[in-house]
Design a protein around this ligand. Structure first.
Ligand SMILES: [Zn+2]
Length: 338
């Protein structure tokens, strides 16, 4: 098969690789229906996160099971399945506590920008849909694997509840789906921070009531102004830079919460300053496995349409253009069809 490999900054190649096969009795091999480029793929693509060797890319996936190892019980060939970007046994103490992305048997998925994928810990990682999905549901089902699950965790970690006032830092796909998630959780007011018109429109479609285009101190001041000087109850940090993290913390009211899901790059927190903010911080890699059944249900019953974050669709062999379009912010998120 041919698959996606990153060789160095802005050097994406689609090249011949060995087709994956069952290696462990707990594995499944699935044929991907759709896959995509993640905002977090841009960190190594831009060279911000160094890679030591050519690295196969991709960690968002859904598709049809082709083969399972002899120990696999919960999924079988022919089923359509979705899995988290982090594998899990779904039985260890961390999984039982709802933090499957800290599973003692966790592996971070990679190699999913390909036609075929091996998934370790298949029983604990994959969830099957009720039947074979209609083709128009595929983009939304794919978002559950990471980007929607991550936006959902950001909202949950920030403590969003019915009636909350919420601010979202970051207008990438995760931030936009953080808006959708906050809306689903009953937030009354959702302030999306974006200076990009197409993204502002999608944020409104997903439930944003206000848009703030200022950034940094100006953005914080504007959120304070919109909340009568109080700050937001919950702030979703969906970028991962030092500035975006502090923008989120300073926009939060005392006693409020920040849910941070942007992979941190260069974030440093001053203990004394944090101490006096009175803000709760919770974040990390989203425990997507916990949300899979409920999010599949919401998409399956067409209650939400998170697939709208894909504003570019390409054949998989043009994956390099998907990276370029997202890097240059010409696309919010690129869907790839094997
Ligand atoms: Zn576990």
């Amino acid at each position: 098969m041919r698959a996606t490999v990153l060789y160095g900054p802005r050097d994406i190649r689609f090249e011949e690789r060995e087709t994956p096969k069952i290696e462990q009795p707990t594995d499944a091999v699935i044929r991907l229906s759709v896959t995509c480029v993640c905002g977090s793929d841009l960190w190594p693509y831009r060279g911000v996160q160094a890679i030591e060797r050519p690295t196969p890319m991709g960690h968002e996936y859904c598709g049809v099971v082709e083969e399972v190892g002899r120990a696999v019980r919960s999924v079988k060939p022919g089923q359509f399945v979705i899995g988290s970007f982090a594998t899990s046994d779904n039985t260890c103490p961390h999984c039982q506590y709802g933090y499957q992305s800290s599973c003692v048997n966790r592996e971070f998925m990679t190699r999913a920008q390909a036609p075929v994928l091996r998934v370790p810990q298949a029983d604990g990682t994959l969830v099957a849909t009720p039947a074979m999905p209609a083709p128009d549901l595929l983009p939304s089902l794919l978002t559950i694997s990471d980007v929607l699950g991550t936006g959902w965790f950001a909202a949950e970690a920030a403590g969003v509840k019915p009636g909350s006032t919420v601010a979202v830092v970051g207008d990438g796909a995760v931030g936009l789906l953080g808006v959708l998630s906050a809306k689903q959780m009953g937030a009354e007011r959702i302030i999306a921070m974006s200076r990009h018109q197409a993204r502002q429109e999608l944020a409104r479609e997903f439930g944003a009531s206000d848009i703030v285009s200022e950034r940094g101190d100006g953005g914080v001041a504007r959120i304070k102004e919109l909340t009568k000087g109080v700050g937001a109850d919950s702030v979703l940090e969906c970028v991962g830079t030092h500035d975006s993290m502090w923008q989120a913390i300073r926009a939060t009211r005392p006693g409020g919460g920040v849910g941070y899901v942007g992979v941190p790059h260069g974030v440093s927190l001053d203990g004394a300053e944090l101490f006096f903010t009175h803000v709760r911080l919770h974040g990390g890699p989203a425990p997507v496995r916990r949300y899979l059944p409920d999010l599949i249900d919401l998409v399956w019953n067409r209650k939400i349409d998170p697939g709208k974050v894909f504003d570019l669709t390409l054949p998989l062999d043009q994956v390099a253009e998907g990276y370029r379009a997202m890097d240059e912010r010409r696309a919010i998120k690129a869907l790839l069809r094997p």
